[in-house]
Design a protein around this ligand. Sequence first.
Ligand code: ATP
Length: 299
Amino acid sequence: MDRIVMRAPAKINLSLDVTGRRDNGYHDVRMVMQQIGLSDEIIIEKTENGVFEQGTGKSLIIVETNSMTLPVNEDNLVFKAAGLIMEECGIGTGIHIFIDKKIPIAAGMAGGSTDAAAVLKGMNRVFDCGLTDERLRELGVRIGADIPFCIMGGTALAEGIGEMLTPLPAMPGCTVLIAKPGISVSTGYVYNEYDGLKNKEHPDVDGMTVAIHEKDILRISKLLGNSLEGVTQEKYPVIRRIKEIMLGNDAMGALMSGSGPTVFGLYDDNIKADKAAEMIKAEGIAEEVFITEPYNVSE
Ligand code: ATP
């Protein structure tokens, strides 16, 4: 096989609790992660045999993308992922990776992590490396805490720094409205502010896993919670406004994803989601708006 096209789905956090801070600055979290249909497409192609980067002895990795803002050098997570697989499997052939970017960047939707996961999985297949998913997850966590989840996919409870995974049953079908305000949020800033809070919010992560097992979409919607939402919302009131519009248009629940600024709403029908989307667009408070659905691994 010389070429493979991989789907790289975004994620939302149905529940995100920050439970501690480690000496190295990493935070312990407990999160219920859910992939959604909104996806990047990653095209991986072998280039001619024996293409080497002059002087480095390393195989050549070329990254291209339709995004005007993404780096295409070592700063791109797919570059790092390709390098890891080449080293692990002793690959000497050049590789070309194209990222068709649709997931908003730096939005709390694991856009970079899912691309890297797709490259780890895709290159494992293209080069017939025979690495297990477990080994791919071990490699992935070296470049990003969300990558192991993106390799597993679907719905899962993530603990530790996000790398300890327990798969969960697929969440029930619904409409997911995504709105990304045109602001950039520093994840470091959000966690720092959160560390300084006297009264920290802790969502009911265990209740959420039970609701998912019971396939109770109303309970899932009611239990949506994110420890970090208060901090980001305080600094960027647009997040509160987007939630208001979503809930005002009969969302079953609405929440900020990750450290933000993306907000999602869960709906039992597309018409309500469409109405909310139109209102959000009319107010000009979101740079990107999508209507999608939960993505399950069997798809
Ligand atoms: P998370 O939800 O895991 O915190 P995020 O959605 O907030 O991630 P990303 O979209 O992954 O954030 O981007 C964060 C940073 O990573 C950006 O500054 C971006 O330049 C860099 N980056 C590197 N590679 C990629 C990639 N393939 N896609 C998106 N961002 C990338």
